[in-house]
Write a protein that binds this ligand. Structure first.
Ligand SMILES: [Zn+2]
Ligand SMILES: [Zn+2]
Length: 338
């Protein structure tokens, strides 16, 4: 089969590789769509994966090609989305069913081979059956949609709130969609330049550019979805007295909070929370089952988030576009086995 195999940092090769093995309890997925996550860009070009070679790609959907066990035969031929984290099932977080906080997890597309490939092996437990009318490229965004939903739930999103989203990445915009679904009175995405306006407004969210952190409006609920010192200082300033601030953006480095801004955390008695990954529990209710339901009912608008589609042969073009910010993008999708 064909796959993008990372042999070393900055050495991704589109090449012929062996079909993945299918251990007991696992399934082989014929990949139909894989999103390029913003985390894939440093993973491929600067940070690398946990070992080499590894096939990246953790946001994907496809068709169950085969299973290892007779008991799982019913999955064969089903259209599926995939929770990419494989919990250890031994640590305290796993025993508490908080798999997203597992201390010894495995991960499809970073710690083991992922879905920049025609086929990928995944445990049957990680499969999510798709309704017929959810397209593969939408289903490939279930992971970031679940991460966004998890963040909103962590912050206690509720109807009537004003919501500010710091950052214009896909998860931030997805979080804005969730805020609307949960009845937010007003959702504003805050960016640093005008070139993201059209993309955000196409998703039916308000957009504002903030250059001066001291001149930002205040919101009941703020989601920080960038992870730079500047954006975190802005997020604190943008949260109302007694408001909710959820920190989601992966830190770009050490985060310095200005003294005057730090005072605001105290004087405004802010509720600060961190969020990580998403909650999944097989076929039991989870962030992921909520995502499937909302995609099916179209309560959240997913298709507007896909700004670019590439064939499997064109994946490098998608990576270059994101690496060099050649044009504004939200979700860059690759289509497989067409
Ligand atoms: Zn991701
Ligand atoms: Zn664990």
């Amino acid at each position: 089969m064909k796959a993008y195999n990372l042999h070393a940092v900055n050495d991704l090769r589109y090449e012929e590789v062996a079909m993945p093995e299918c251990p007991r309890g696992w399934a082989i997925i014929k990949v139909k769509a894989t999103g390029i996550c913003s985390s894939d860009v440093p993973r491929i070009f600067s940070k690398g994966t946990y070992h080499f070679p590894t096939i990246p790609g953790h946001e994907f959907s496809g068709i169950v090609h085969s299973v290892a066990d007779e008991g799982s035969e019913k999955w064969v031929g089903k259209r599926v989305g995939i929770f990419p984290l494989i919990p250890c099932r031994k640590c305290q977080s796993c025993l508490d069913k908080h798999y997203e906080m597992c201390e010894h997890y495995d991960y499809i597309g970073s710690r083991r081979d992922g879905a920049f490939a025609e086929y990928v092996a995944v445990p049957v437990w990680n499969l999510v059956e798709l309704p017929d009318d959810v397209p593969f490229e939408v289903a490939a965004m279930m992971e970031p949609f679940a991460v966004a939903l998890h963040a909103m739930k962590i912050g206690g999103i509720s109807s009537g709130m004003t919501v500010g989203i710091i950052g214009t990445g896909m998860i931030g915009i997805a979080a804005g969609q969730w805020a609307k679904k949960y009845g937010a009175k007003k959702v504003t995405v805050i960016g640093r330049s005008e070139d993201k306006r059209e993309m955000v407004e196409n998703c039916n969210l308000d957009y504002t550019v903030c250059i001066d952190n001291n001149k930002v409006a205040e919101f009941d609920f703020v989601l920080e979805a960038v992870g730079t010192p500047n954006s975190i200082n802005l997020a604190i300033s943008a949260t109302k007295r007694g408001g909710q601030l959820v920190l989601m953006g992966n830190p770009s480095g050490d985060i310095i909070i200005n003294q005057l801004v730090f005072w605001k955390i105290l004087r405004k008695q802010l509720h600060l929370k961190g969020t990580w990954n998403s909650f999944f529990d097989g076929t039991n209710p989870s962030d992921w089952t909520d995502v499937v339901t909302s995609l099916e009912t179209k309560e959240i608008e997913a298709e507007c988030l896909i700004t670019h589609k590439f064939s499997q042969e064109q994946l490098f073009e998608g990576l270059e576009l994101m690496k060099h910010h050649i044009e504004p993008y939200c979700k860059v999708m690759t289509l497989w086995n067409e």
